[in-house]
Design a protein around this ligand. Structure first.
Ligand code: TYM
Length: 344
């Protein structure tokens, strides 16, 4: 079984896809497809770790797929699919439930944040979520995983799981003919000026799907007017923009808006500051509105068009799932052999 570079990443279909998801992940998925084989997954099994209304879930699954395609991922060249159609994700996750240690999962900050004070009432799935995420990646023996900063700890756990599996089953892995361990240690790709896009209302909080304030995020379904309103009302400080990066220190809101501008325009932060250094927000914000509308409006209208053709999205997901299974099935068969299960 050959080892090759492969990119895998996933996005949860929990609605409110926002600029953070786009700049931290989806836009980068598009760039990676030029030189890599990629699998981009709508992770519906992850979504149900918190209860989802079934009708809304189906809509949201299609919406993430539409966002992938509208942003420029080519479903003919790359694999776009939804997780629940490939049973290997759940099967491998179970095996990883038995490899990962309680202590490892107890350290996951995202579980603590999501479960909050009601830990006893959180689903078991929410706790074991990072094991499923490791399974998503390793089911394809993927080597590179583009994600935003908030997923870093989960990626480290995925590496720990891969390593422990390789150690725990070292003898039988060798017997099965693998020389350098069964699973690669997947590398997180966390890069660019927008690895952590912050709330537009509070520069100390991440932009998130679940923030109760709709003004905190720009979503991929926002109209140009909504984008303009949200940027206009975004919190800032009273100073002009600096012309050097260092001048953004201690100015989280300014830093966030400049980072968003840089990521949307494919420039680095310093380059943007060289242009806008000395400018007031009354000048910078309208420029940001124009840029955001220029970049997001075409995605928005393509998404709308695709969402009107649900049958076509479903066909793309079905075909993607079939191609994903072709990669996953032989790997899963080997995993079972290595673990000591019998059967064809
Ligand atoms: P999810 O659905 O919360 O987010 C999807 C992607 O968007 C990134 N992201 C952000 N990037 C920058 N700024 C932000 N404010 C921001 N908010 C979200 C996330 O880092 C992510 O890359 N557990 C994952 C989904 C997943 C996955 C995987 C990812 C499941 N299996 C396997 C990679 C590989 C999640 O909840 O992402």
């Amino acid at each position: 079984m050959e080892r090759k570079e492969r990119v895998f990443s996933g996005v949860q279909p929990t609605g409110n896809l926002h600029l953070g998801n786009y700049l931290g992940a989806i836009k980068r998925f598009v760039n990676l497809q030029k030189e890599h084989d990629c699998l981009y997954c709508v992770v519906d099994l992850h979504a149900i770790t918190v209860w989802q209304d079934p009708d809304v879930l189906a809509h949201n699954i299609r919406e993430v797929a539409a966002a992938f395609i509208a942003s420029g991922i080519d479903p003919k060249k790359q694999i776009i699919f939804n997780q629940s159609q490939v049973s290997g994700h759940a099967e491998l996750a179970w095996i990883f439930n038995c490899v990962a240690r309680m202590g490892w999962l107890n350290r996951m900050t995202q579980f603590k944040e999501k479960a909050g004070k009601h830990k006893e009432n959180a689903s078991v799935g929410l706790f074991a979520y990072p094991n499923l995420m490791a399974a998503d990646i390793l089911l394809y023996r993927a080597t590179h995983v583009p994600v935003g900063e908030d997923q870093k700890q989960h990626l480290e756990l995925a590496r720990d799981i891969a390593q422990k599996f390789n150690n725990d089953f070292a003898k039988s892995i060798e017997k099965a003919g693998f020389e350098e361990g069964f699973f690669p240690l997947p590398e997180p790709l966390i890069a660019g000026p927008a690895t952590r896009v912050m709330s537009l209302r509070d520069g100390s909080k991440k932009m998130s799907k679940s923030d109760p304030s709709v003004m905190s995020r720009i979503t991929l379904t926002d109209s140009p007017d909504e984008i303009a309103k949200k940027v206009r009302k975004a919190r800032t400080d009273p100073d002009a923009l600096p012309s050097e990066k260092k001048g953004l220190e201690g100015r989280p809101e300014a830093s966030n808006l400049v980072g968003i501008y840089a990521a949307l325009s494919d420039r680095d932060t310093q380059d943007v500051l060289a242009e806008f250094g000395g400018a007031q927000f009354s000048t910078f914000k309208p420029a940001l509105v124009d840029l955001a509308v220029e970049k997001l409006a075409p995605i928005n209208s393509e998404m709308k068009k695709l969402m009107g053709e649900a049958g076509e999205i479903d066909a793309i997901l079905n075909e993607g799932a079939q191609r994903a299974r072709e990669i996953a099935d032989p790997i899963m068969r080997k995993v079972k052999e290595v673990v000591g299960f019998i059967g064809a």
